[in-house]
Ligand binder design. Sequence first.
Ligand code: IFM
Length: 472
Amino acid sequence: MRTLAAARTSAGQPPVDLRFPAGFQWGAATAAYQIEGAVRANGRLPSIWDTFAATPGRIAGGHTGEHASDHFRRHREDVALMAELGLSAYRFSVAWPRVRAAGGGVNAAGLAFYDRLVDDLLAAGISPAATLYHWDLPQELEDAGGWAARDTAARYGQYVAAVAARLGDRVRLWNTLNEPWCSAFLGYGSGVHAPGRRDPRAALRAAHHLLLAHGHGVAALRAAGVTGQVSVALNVGTVRPVSDAPADRDAARRIDGLLNRIFLDPLLRGAYPADVLADTAALSDWSFVREGDLDLIAAPLDALCVNYYQPDLVGAGPDGHHDADTPYPGAEGVAFHPVPGPVTAMGWSVDPGGLRDMLLRVTRDYGAPPLYVTENGAAYPDEVDADGRVRDPERTDYLHRHLAAAHEALTAGADLRGFFVWSLLDNFEWALGYDKRFGLIHVDYATQRRTVKDSAHWYGRTIAANGVDRPR
Ligand code: IFM
């Protein structure tokens, strides 16, 4: 039986059970270092990921971003593919190392690439969504202390001002940062991401300085009078205790604090959560937070962007449990449990309910800001079949179920404005190299040939219908 939503089908759209609101943004997302390649073009500076990838043993297969998906050279072809799928928005990141001139200042030739990209997107009827920092810190700034140093936040503000001056009239959605949790805790805590430091104290400083950078970035965007919405993209997650035992519930509280509230509270409430400060007191007195920082960090946003892949199931570790590799500072005693059910090629659990719960939690606890899901998707070992098709039914099913979960959240009150699939193209999956394929579009890295996967055709039909049927 069809629902009311389907009965209200607007002219020209096929009937579906779960229709999204008019004007809903249907997008796909990428990040500069993961797709662009051309790491030396037009005076681009080395980034921490160039350095990290060049360090033996850091990246699976010794892969690097040197060529990636060659998007720097093929961006016109890629925009044409986006238009073919009917995307209404495209989320890309601006590479700070392309825009910064050595020693400081602006590299106009590097910035010009994004200027062309934005114009090409608009000409194709696609709304540009720009992320200003997706993990590629210029190496010279890491050499000066990286995100553990306060000055990096101020340098970031200057960089944002330069980008805003050039693109501010055309970008429709701005993300100051992508997933500062990863930059701080994988980059400076567990060290599995660039710059590869393993220092929980530095990780906490980095988290604060990234938030401070966000504050400077928002101020620079506002000062430039940008016309698009100003936001930040967080990898907010649903954290569940493995049992109702007080120790397991406390472990879930601790991880929720260090994954979600450590960013959401300062951004949306202007204060760090007291329990997070207490949990990390043995590592830091947080004296790096200076007067005025939290006012800057909590400047009003136009939207909140959230990236979701899987929930976490946690509990108190057994006596003596000490996870020296944890990215979470001060949570060495917490044990992470596998979530029952299917997993993707990343080993990540497929749990759409976690997306619904996260969207509703943010809505309930943080005053219902307009929301975008700026990343959701799955890696599977896709291959091009002899007939030239990429059959990836698992990805279609994954996206279908997550879109249905997002719709459930919408119906229950989340102000969701758009959904971006991660990722447009197969790309460089950071420390895991090129073997994990997240793309809607398959990339043959030897030839750089693009093949639109079956899931992308499905996504195109979803966009045309502005919704999906209820998954069976
Ligand atoms: O590839 C990454 C992306 O850069 C940030 N969010 C998660 C994706 C999958 O790991």
